[in-house]
Design a protein around this ligand. Structure first.
Ligand code: ZN
Ligand code: ZN
Length: 328
């Protein structure tokens, strides 16, 4: 579904567009459903605009950081980067075979993306939108990794199911937290996790709530379901969210004192639309051209994403762009 966009869409003047399709998380080869859902519709739209004579940059890339890939690599006995090098080639080749008209299909390990993400988060930090807080998180001493919620299993305190996950019990459907599980175990090796204190850096979304609400309310190009879902979330209030993780496979958090942290994959992957545009023009030898696409109110930015991606594209990405101070 297309979401985002700004301004009206009438008239026949040549227009400038950034078209993005959701970045596939590459621990699985995308099946036809993913293709039709976001990539194919974005491709059709990009082709249509080019035929009209509009100026289009169509971008996407492989989303390759985070714990699920780290754990998969661990299980296969390879380094995460070896796994994603292989998967990225497969996915990229598939899109070539399908003749998807990407101007740039890149990856989150691209040096341009990694640099952009670090600089971008330092802007949020310097602008006062990042704060730090201490938490206790589960850690597997055997695998030597911090365990995200769904990598802890144990007995559900509500129904007694003995393979409930730290985020949810599949048997009774109740939402859980790792702390609630009876007899918690590491989902990878079965050992008992220990609880360790760790510090995380948070994005202060509460501070950005009013401006994000204004953006959502005034955006006439948003489909109704995306708008209603986002307004519903805004009505409940935006709470600060941790932007760092303790896993090693990712982009190093740039904040002072955060040497051993990485940026939570969700927060960096959505910035890929911007970094992929930068990379595209840099490769063409036109270093600053990308600014016209991201800082010019006449440019339309449209994303083709699945329903579960709505909060990240309609709330988090705009919130981060506003917090960077480059967008109003
Ligand atoms: Zn249960
Ligand atoms: Zn373990």
């Amino acid at each position: 579904m297309p979401i985002g966009g700004s301004g009206d869409q009438t008239g026949n003047a040549r227009r400038r567009w950034v078209i993005g399709s959701a970045w596939p998380y590459i621990y699985a080869v995308p099946h036809l459903g993913n293709l039709i859902g976001s990539v194919l519709s974005a491709d059709v739209f990009a082709r249509y605009l080019r035929l009209r004579g509009d100026d289009v940059v169509f971008v996407s890339g492989s989303d390759e950081h985070g714990t699920p890939i780290e754990v998969e690599a661990l299980q296969l006995g390879v380094k995460p980067r070896e796994l994603t090098d292989r998967m990225h080639e497969i996915v990229k080749r598939l899109f070539e075979l399908w003749e998807i008209s990407f101007d740039n299909y890149t990856r989150t390990e691209s040096p341009v993306h990694r640099e952009f993400v670090k600089e971008f988060f330092m802007k949020l930090y310097n602008n006062g939108y990042v704060f730090t807080k201490e938490d206790e998180v589960p850690y597997c001493p055997k695998d030597r990794i911090y365990l995200p919620d769904r990598f802890i299993i144990g007995t559900c305190p509500y129904c007694g199911y003995d393979k409930a996950r730290g985020d949810q019990c599949e048997n009774c459907g109740r939402l859980l937290e790792p702390r609630l599980l009876i007899n918690p175990r590491c989902a990878i090796c079965g050992s008992k996790p220990i609880w360790v204190k760790t510090r995380h850096w948070y994005l202060d979304l509460t501070k950005l709530e009013d401006r994000v609400r204004k953006y959502v309310e005034e955006n006439t190009a948003l489909p109704e379901n995306a708008k209603q879902m986002s307004l519903g979330m805004l009505k409940e209030g935006l709470r600060p969210r941790a932007i760092t993780r303790d896993n090693k496979w990712g982009i190093e958090a740039p904040f002072p004192g955060a040497n051993d942290k990485t940026i939570y994959v969700w927060f960096e992957a959505v910035l890929g639309y911007v970094s992929a545009t930068i990379e595209y023009f840099r490769n063409k030898g036109n270093e600053d051209e990308w600014r016209k696409y991201w800082f010019n109110p006449d440019t339309r930015v449209v994303f083709f994403v699945g329903k579960d991606n709505i909060p990240f594209h309609v709330i988090l990405l705009p919130a981060m762009l506003i917090a960077s101070g480059d967008h109003t």
